[in-house]
Each structure stands twice: as C-alpha cells, then as structure tokens.
Design a protein around this ligand. Structure first.
Ligand SMILES: [Zn+2]
Length: 171
C-alpha cells in the first residue's frame, strides 16, 4: 500500500525516532509499504518518519538500471565513516524538486537488524553511502537542508510552505 509522504516543514520530520523493539507483522507491513511508496515516487531511499511513523526504519534501492536491490534497515547505525568526503547533489521526497550539494563521508560502515531479526553489517560507498547517511539523518530529525546555510534553507522552507498551501487548496 502506497502511503502519503509528508512534506517539510512537518513536526514529525523533526523528531528523534524510537528504536524498533521487535520485528512484528506491523513492522514488516510498514517496510513493504515504504518500499512500494519509494518505488512509486520514485526515489532511492525512504525513512519511516517520512510516512509519519517515528520509528528507526529505512528502506533503500540505489540501483538505477538492472534488477532492483531493495534493502530494509531496522535500527541502522553508522559505526564508521571515511575521512575522505564526497559531494552529491541531494534531494528528498519530503522536499520535492529541491536539490543541493551536500558533503559527507565517501564510505561508511553500517550496522542494522534485518526483517528476520538478524544483525547485519555492510560497507557502503558511492551513492549508497550518501543515501544511507541521508536516510539515517531522517531518524534523528535531520534533513539535507540542515547542511545548507540559513538563507538557502529558509528559501527552500518557504517554497515548501507555499507548495503545501497550494496542495491543501487544490486537494
Ligand atoms: Zn530525505
């Protein structure tokens, strides 16, 4: 089921999310819905708070061509980041049509729990590294525009407020 994606500014996007205590059928359904919502958007990553669920769960698939490679990360944690940084032009499904360069560690080691409740660990590089850091930021109430200067951030926030007013008017 496709769930509506919250648009910034929204208090639910600013919250520090709660850890997932147990993999229940509700959590499995949430992960499935989030993947469907992400592919439909389309996007390469989605965090639970973006569909209004303030729990520590993200989904990703950074494969642009070829068979899909969906992954679901429950309670993900960056346990190591490279000193080397890389810059990507980032966007966000909660901040439609706005893009800006963000600098982050080029490679990260991430630990998480999968939907079977098993611990997983993997090193991400390239677009995957940027995406996983962007999505984990969401779980701490942080958006990519928080890396920008205040003027740029305010400009984007005002555009989003306007977009939300327009959408509310047209339904
Ligand atoms: Zn985002």
């Amino acid at each position: 089921m496709i769930r509506p994606i919250l648009i910034h500014p929204d208090p639910r996007l600013k919250k520090v999310c709660d850890p997932v205590a147990e993999i229940t059928s509700e959590i499995r359904r949430l992960a499935e819905d989030m993947l469907e919502t992400m592919y439909d958007a389309p996007g390469i990553g989605l965090a639970a708070p973006q569909v209004g669920v303030t729990k520590r769960l993200i989904v990703m698939d950074c494969i642009k061509e070829g068979p899909p490679e969906p992954i679901v990360l429950v309670n993900p944690q960056v346990i190591w980041g490279s000193e080397e940084l890389s810059t990507y032009e980032e966007g966000c499904l909660s901040i439609p049509d706005q893009y800006a360069d963000v600098k982050r560690p080029a490679e990260v080691q991430v630990r998480w729990t999968d939907l079977e409740g098993q611990p997983q660990e993997r090193q991400f590089a390239g677009l995957w590294a940027t995406c996983v850091q962007h999505e984990i930021d969401h779980l701490d109430g942080k958006l990519f525009i928080d890396y920008l200067g205040p003027l740029k951030r305010q400009m984007i926030t005002r555009k989003m407020e306007k977009l939300k007013r327009e959408r509310a008017r047209t339904g």
